[in-house]
Design a protein around this ligand. Sequence first.
Ligand SMILES: [Zn+2]
Length: 524
Amino acid sequence: MQSITMKTIYKLLFIFTCFTITNAHAQTPKEKGLAAIDEATINSTLTHLASDWMEGREAGRPGAYRAAEYIASLFEFMGLEPAGDIINGKPTFFQSFDVLEYKAAKKQSLSITSAGQEYSFAYHTDFEVKAAPTSIKGKGDLVFVGYGLAVDSLNYDDFAKQSVKGKIWVRLKGAPTKGELGKSFKELPAKQLHLLKSKLAEEMGALAVIEIDPNSALPKQSSNFPFRDNRKYYEGDEPLSSFYETQLYSPINKVSKIAPVFMGGAYLMASLLDQKDLETYHNALQSGKASQITLKAEKAAFKANSEVERKRVRNVLAKITGEEEPDSVVMVGAHYDHLGKRDGYVWNGADDNASGVAAILGIAKAAKATGVKPKKTILFASWTAEEKGLHGSKHFLRTYEQKENINVYLNFDMIGRRGDWHSKDNQVSFIYTAEMASIWDKNERNIADFNINLEMFDGKTKMGEAGGSDNVNFDKEGIPYFWYHTGGHEDYHQVSDHSDKIMMDKAAEITKLSYLNIWDLANE
Ligand SMILES: [Zn+2]
């Protein structure tokens, strides 16, 4: 009896001890989710997305279709709900939309008429063409428009007292650089100036633009091989085809309004204006006087030929519906598209941005592993056509009906390397809407509480000043965002952005931290 009693006591003790141990170590749902993310979570999906099978995932091409199918299948495998287009009454994981893909055709022509004599120029030698989304030919009067800029805050207007509509503009590249005026222009972001120039050409009705570089000089030596790519040891008679020669345009916008831009070198410039006149013009600008240049030619004629294809592209969308506030949404996104393949090269885009897609898949896995539903809805998006103008996220926001319900957007773009400006492996830039400063504290708290091996750089950015990736479109809508970025490096947008160079452990740490923040935000 005694022995039995003792046995029972031991048994009870054992059960009791086990119970206490399990109880002390019982994981919260948040911890369960965290335990689901490790290096393999990142490595598995990243390596596949950045493999040659995906052919560089260029929007509208087979590789991107394959990548989207893969991402959607993983969302479905993990038990997420589809949040894309509804087809035959059933929601799907894809949100499809059309874009116009265009590039300059092989034949382009440009000529000017000076004193009744017509001169034509050679494409690729005397000028290059920035194509428009449609072929345009035209003839018209030439007009010198200076830098083609008008900036109220600087009291600067190149169009004052000039009729420029329907004419072919001769425009200087860049912005004024000299004197006080130059200084004020330097303070404006270069990208904004560039966009402003295009916008003004559109609004003021330029028929075409001939843009000349005021600093260009005729080359001292001629080269046998005009087309080089030093990184690839390429020297050829024909230019290598490039991702950047094709562009995307949304067919919902008017195609006809965009003027083609002819970019000319020294020879074209010399045919259009006198160097001395240009100096006088710049001197006048510095002293704040308006001046004009009399061009050496009166008229120009051109054919800007574009090859245009209409293409269907797709975002991938999935969600976990919130238990208590399903209409309240926290969003997680990363673009899956990259630069494609051409001329025997594949741009695998391991860091840009297979790494970001691997992170959102990791967060989805963790959110499901919590075993509970979040309070708010978590919406996952893998964007297309980011590389060609942030089109995927733009389309989503244009059509999403409950924009005001999106509390916050977490973006990923390149989280797998040690960037040029970082001195330690575990450093990462944390970029976020300055007006939502609490996200920094949340981030710091999760790093400390969960022992995350990351050192953060504070990249707070005022609302309306976002740059770089799909976060820009959310910023424009006034939706606060945050994103992780491990920085630029020598393989950025090169064929060498391969998965064997990715720091999988670091990407996993970033994914863990992102999940912790998103889980908190979805349960607030
Ligand atoms: Zn990217």
